[in-house]
Every structure is written in C-alpha cells, then in structure tokens.
Design a protein around this ligand. Structure first.
Ligand code: ZN
Ligand code: ZN
Length: 188
C-alpha cells in the first residue's frame, strides 16, 4: 500500500535560453506529492506516518523554499552572487533561519546561506522530479513523485527498493541496530 504526502515549495527561477516568457525571472508555489510504498506495519496500521515523510523530505527540500533556483550556466548567477557579496549577505544573515541541510548531487547544489540552489539542468517540473528523487531515494521507499507548478505538472513512478523495518509503536523506520530513533523501541 502507499502513504501519500504533499508539501509546498515557493521559489523563483527562470528557463535560461528558453524561447518564451519563462526566460524571465518569476516565482511559483510548487506542490510536491511523495508516494511511499511498503507493507502496512501491523503495530500502527500504517505504511509510514505522513508527517514523518514530510519531515524527512523537508529537511532537505526546504533549501528550495523561498529560494532562487538558477542553472549553473545562467549569467544571472555570477551577477546575483556579486550583489550578495557586495551587500555582505553571501555567507548568510542572522535573519536567514530557513536553512536546510546543504547538499550537492550531480543535479543540484544548495547554498542555504544565501537561499540559492544551482542546478545542472533547467528547473522544469520534470527537472525537479529528477532532483528530488536523487535527494530522497536513499531515505524513503519512493513509489511515485508528482510535481506541479502553475499549469505545469509531471510525475514519475519508481520501483520501491524493498521493505523497511518500522517501529510498531510509531511507524517510523528503525535504525541499523533495530532501534526506533523516536521512542527508543528496540526490536527483540
Ligand atoms: Zn516557472
Ligand atoms: Zn517508535
């Protein structure tokens, strides 16, 4: 069965080199739907608690929220970095509190200190699905991702990677030693 959760990401981007209005900097509220597949854990009668899926995903994905997303070859990138540098906000500001865990994959690098994500490919809805899967595939048994942004939407199905042992009391994945990181339950 599947547990399904949604989260919103508000971001600014543009399609550099695209022949259309999207080549101008603009903003969106994107909605990401994550479907996690596994057996139903009998203790809690859930596949996985949806708020825990959200927490796991949000730790990484909040880097995209209220962020500027630019392709690595976009000339706006050095221009923006220069302005941030001159303003002294390139390496953070005390009021920048929305920082997620910094990450670097083949497809994207997050610079949480200046609320910037640099992507290898244009950040279309399709591009976002590739980036998100890459970031979350080792943390969640993803069966499907859907990303919508304005009138654009894309989705992709995946073969979930096996089954995870979960806590019969709170439903979250047990660590390598069979202990629940939330309530301390230990598998006997
Ligand atoms: Zn757009
Ligand atoms: Zn537990």
């Amino acid at each position: 069965m599947r547990s399904i959760t949604k989260l919103d990401l508000q971001y600014a981007h543009r399609f550099y080199g695209f022949n259309g209005e999207a080549q101008y900097l603009h903003g969106h509220t994107g909605v990401l739907t994550i479907e996690v597949e596994d057996s139903v854990e009998p203790g809690v009668n859930m596949v996985f608690p949806c708020n825990e899926i959200q927490k796991t995903a949000w730790n990484v994905l909040k880097n995209f929220d209220h962020a500027l997303i630019l392709r690595e070859d976009d000339p706006l990138l050095p221009a923006v970095l220069k302005v941030y540098e001159e303003q002294g906000i390139l390496n953070g500001h005390p009021q920048n509190t929305m920082k997620g865990d910094a990450f670097r994959t083949d497809l994207a690098t997050a610079y949480p200190d200046c609320r910037l994500v640099v992507t290898k490919e244009t950040m279309t809805v399709e591009g976002m699905i590739k980036i998100v899967y890459d970031l979350l595939k080792d943390r969640l048994n993803i069966a499907k991702l859907t990303f919508t942004s304005g009138v654009n939407a894309a989705s992709r199905e995946y073969v979930p990677q096996g089954s995870r042992e979960r806590c019969p009391l709170c439903g979250i994945a047990l660590d390598e030693s069979g202990v629940c990181p939330k309530c301390g339950y230990k598998k006997s």
